[in-house]
Design a protein around this ligand. Structure first.
Ligand code: SF4
Length: 503
């Protein structure tokens, strides 16, 4: 079994996981790829293709076509895209090879859909090994070599009228770093090859047993069957304290309900464990009343959907700047008033900024609190909108000054429920406070899918009928985000009303 570059890089991160990928694909891919992961893949391909414009006139090699690659290299074809190189144990597809007449060898360009490695040691190591693996393979396959480069997006780039790919991309010469690994990489690759071809995986538990849930890969449950689905690994921010996890594991404790009462935990961790044990919520009615008392009517519940395009589509945008293409706004004039719903969705392939701001100005009440969930996101979108559209800046700054985060009572432990499982995401809180409202029945159930489907509409990937269906699904999804906030506010309001009635 030949090892690909991806296999090798996964192996360097976690040998156990890499072995499962090759030998137990049904476990490794137990859950289908998320919309987020698929969007990442698509972005990577899009950036790869765009970077080829830096070295025009090349030949694109078909996936897996080693023979054509070999022939074109022998003919010294000046530019090759996706050339496929294999040796007895390894295979890889390089992004771009460019013949360097001066050095009499091919320069390698590895394209990444991310900003550079400055200040990020983990990324610098990953990318260096990524290129070193390819160089080792090229060298062993007898390809004459020149310099080795990383091509990445320049996060300082801001698009003007036209896209300038020579400013969008930055190129970093990694030859010295890669050459420094020359002896080491060959040995590491052979060790990886031997490990990956062994018959049996390493015995469990794997090393993520002492890490928080967010570190664990898809094979964790198969390798650690003693760990229940809701476990000590789900205790909020427990990953920051591996010693605590290790202490619990040493005592044979995996279930969250089994954590001893006197075990040292932070307040939010202890509360999470306590409600799980007693299966009862903890509600600080006074704190909830204080939070609600700081709100002023009319209440406006605001939610944006955005697309963080890697390649800036419109003037004023840089790599991964969010394009706000949709909002939902629900307005409640008084606690018992009829809810007024406003919505906006831009599905032209043009910049949505102007139309979105106009629609928001028309719908937004002049006074009152603006409620969002995780305020930094909506505030950040408004700030960037104001930067690109100076005339609207006072309005957008005014909205930001009125924003209140509806997540705060949950973050600040005024309401802790076993059903939240330590999370304060709206998708964890909603089923408890408004069980009749559910994302699970929707065609679009989360933001990553929303952004992908919007992209499909505006780039013409779907026909008119499908675009109309997706448009409707997007409106339903975003409307539920604000409706969910309204219902959560109502749940808190009800607690406040009952408290006052008993005072
Ligand atoms: S859960 Fe962690 S240690 Fe275990 S296989 Fe996955 S990445 Fe490796």
């Amino acid at each position: 079994m030949k090892l690909t570059k991806t296999d090798f890089l996964i192996y360097r991160d976690c040998a156990h996981n890499a072995w499962m990928k090759l030998h137990r694909p049904e476990v490794y891919l137990a859950s289908p790829r998320s919309a987020f992961d698929l969007a990442l893949l698509e972005t990577g391909n899009e950036v790869d293709e765009m970077a080829r414009g830096l070295f025009p006139g090349g030949i694109l090699i078909e996936r897996g076509d080693v023979a054509t690659t070999k022939q074109l290299i022998t003919e010294r074809m000046p530019v090759l895209y996706q050339p496929v190189i294999e040796t007895e144990h390894f295979s890889t597809a390089c992004d771009i090879l460019v013949w360097n007449n001066t050095l009499g060898g091919y320069d390698l360009y590895e394209v990444k859909a991310s900003s550079g490695i400055k200040g990020d040691r983990a990324k610098a190591e990953l990318y260096t090994y990524d290129i070193a693996f390819q160089v080792e393979l090229l060298r062993n396959a007898g390809v004459p070599l020149g310099r080795f480069h990383l091509v990445h997006l320049d996060s300082d780039y801001v698009r003007e009228a036209d896209l300038d790919i020579f400013s969008l991309f930055a190129i970093r010469d990694m030859s010295a770093e890669v050459e420094a690994l020359r002896d080491q990489i060959a040995a590491e690759m052979e060790t990886a090859f031997e490990f990956m071809n062994r018959d049996q995986p390493l015995p469990g538990p794997c090393s993520c047993i002492t890490k928080g849930r967010s570190n664990q890969c898809t094979t964790f449950a198969a390798t650690n069957p003693d760990v229940p689905p809701y476990s000590i690994h789900d205790i909020t921010r427990i990953g920051a304290s591996r010693r605590k996890l290790a202490d619990l594991i040493d005592q044979g404790i995996f279930a969250i309900e089994d954590v001893p009462d006197d075990f040292p935990l932070s307040e939010s961790q202890a509360n999470q464990v306590l409600v799980a044990k007693h299966r009862q919520p903890m509600i600080d009615e006074t704190a909830i009343s204080d939070f609600l008392g700081r709100l002023s009517f009319p209440l406006a519940f605001l939610d944006y959907e955005t697309n963080p395009a890697a390649i800036p589509r419109f003037p004023g945008y840089g790599p991964y700047h969010h394009i706000p293409f949709q909002f939902s706004l629900d307005v409640l004039a008084t606690p018992d008033a009829h809810l007024r719903h406003h919505e906006f969705l831009h599905t032209d392939p043009t910049c949505p900024d102007t139309a979105l701001i106009a629609a928001l100005e028309a719908a937004m009440p002049a006074i009152g609190s603006v409620l969002t969930w995780n305020q930094s996101f909506e505030k950040g979108i408004n700030a960037k909108l104001g930067d690109r559209n100076h005339a609207a800046r006072p309005f957008l700054e005014g909205v930001n000054a009125r924003i209140v985060d509806l997540m705060n009572p949950f973050k600040q432990q005024a309401y802790v429920h076993p059903g939240f499982k330590g999370s304060t995401s709206i998708k964890s809180v909603l089923p408890v406070l408004a069980p009749d409202l559910s994302y699970k029945v929707l065609d679009i159930q989360e933001g990553a899918t929303a952004t992908t489907k919007w992209n499909d509409i505006v780039t013409g990937k779907v026909d008119a009928a499908e675009a109309e269906r997706l448009r409707s699904a997007l409106l339903t999804y975003c409307a539920l985000d604000t409706k969910a906030m309204v219902e959560i506010w109502r749940g808190l309001h009800q607690i406040d009303v009952q408290r006052r009635a008993t005072m």
